[in-house]
Design a protein around this ligand. Structure first.
Ligand code: EPU
Length: 340
């Protein structure tokens, strides 16, 4: 075993290059499991724990190369989802592969870290958070097993702040299915996701569903106006709560002009669905409101004319062409400016 020998009493001055932080490098290395491409991480300290994390990624099947302070990791294919006891016992931070493995590959088996010289360090908050995201967790024979076909976004409260726990959950949540597709399913849509496409059909009637906007991975505020438009023709009553922006209900008055039954109660909308809307001239007030009015126009009887589409053009590329490809009767009329 090596020894460090210090002869004290010398004045210290000069410059030293500070190494990257081990406790940042470890979760960054673990996060490479989430993506398929090659990741190059710079300023990685060449310390034993970092090399251990590299070894663990290698055991899982990733290709890992350390070149000085650079680490290059490719984890597009893995052949194991198990972090074995022999490795975890040497480094507790191995538990950081739990979240990314279950999020990307649907399962993870990670040895339960044992006792620790600096005190009790349980991982109950990691596990409770993953369970909230929809993972089935079990502990058997000293191993944590987490399984989930697809994790789902959730609101997680850790009653003790935990560094690696938070990192694990952020990594897991980054691939979790967010509230939009879930909400469309709740509303009666059949949604099938494939590698690079989503297939959606509505075999029966649309059903009202409650929505609450939240920062990611909650239901996005940028889909609120479109969802409200959908709920205006769904069966039953839906409550839509906007918690991100204080005045994002400008589309409501316009939807009412089309016959929608919407009551505003502070930051909540109570939407009572009806069989159909009727087309009307309406005014777009912002980017997403414009999209909401177009959705309503597609479902309405007769002609809807959405004015001020310059809002729409800020964020939707050739939306009328995309809708035409689905069979919608939509056209853009150029406004000619009046010259005296
Ligand atoms: N805790 C729980 N349940 C959990 C997780 C944590 O009760 O599920 C408790 C722990 O028992 C502890 C407190 O929460 O009392 C904080 O523990 P935390 O989870 O934050 O610790 P950690 O993530 O295991 C990281 C660092 C440690 C650092 C602590 C400070 C890494 C790899 N490790 O550990 O670093 O001391 O945060 O909170 O980031 C070191 O570098 O020498 C080192 C030990």
């Amino acid at each position: 075993m090596d020894t460090i020998v210090i002869t004290g009493g010398n004045r210290l001055c000069g410059e030293v290059r500070i190494s990257g932080a081990k406790n940042s490098a470890l979760p960054i290395l673990a996060s490479t499991i989430l993506g398929g491409g090659e990741c190059t991480i710079t300023n990685v300290p060449r310390v034993v724990d970092v090399l251990t994390m590299g070894k663990l990624l290698g055991i899982l099947g990733a290709k890992v190369a350390h070149e000085g302070n650079r680490a290059v990791v490719k984890a597009d294919v893995i052949h194991s989802t198990e972090a074995p006891y022999d490795l975890v016992k040497t480094m507790r931070a191995s538990v950081l592969v739990l979240g990314p493995l279950v999020a990307r590959w649907g399962e993870a088996k990670v040895s339960l870290p044992g006792g620790c010289a600096i005190g009790s360090r349980p991982v109950n908050l990691h596990l409770a958070g993953l369970a909230k995201l929809g993972a089935d967790i079990s502990i058997e024979h000293g191993y944590i097993t987490a399984k989930a076909k697809r994790l789902k976004g959730a609101r997680i409260y850790c009653d003790t702040p935990t560094v690696t726990g938070t990192e694990n959950l952020i990594m897991a949540a980054s691939l979790a299915e967010g509230a939009v597709l879930m909400k469309l399913r709740e509303a009666g849509a059949e949604v099938k996701t494939e590698k690079d496409r989503v297939r959606l059909t509505v075999p029966g009637k649309l059903k009202g569903t409650d929505v609450r906007t939240l920062p990611f991975p909650g239901f996005p505020t940028d889909m609120q106006a479109q969802m409200v438009a959908l709920m205006t023709i769904a069966e039953g009553t839906s409550v839509v709560t906007e918690t991100v922006f204080e005045s994002r209900f400008m589309h409501v008055e316009e939807l009412r002009r089309m016959g929608a039954d919407i009551r505003v109660e502070g930051n909540r909308l109570v939407v009572t669905g009806r069989q159909n809307l009727t087309g009307a001239p309406v005014m777009a007030s912002d980017l997403r409101a414009s999209a909401g009015l177009i959705v309503a126009g597609l479902a309405a009887e007769g002609v809807t004319e959405v004015q001020r589409v310059y809002h729409l053009d800020r964020g939707y590329e050739q939306i009328e062409e995309k809708l035409q490809a689905l069979g919608a009767v939509v056209e853009r009329r150029k406004m000619t400016s009046m010259v005296r």
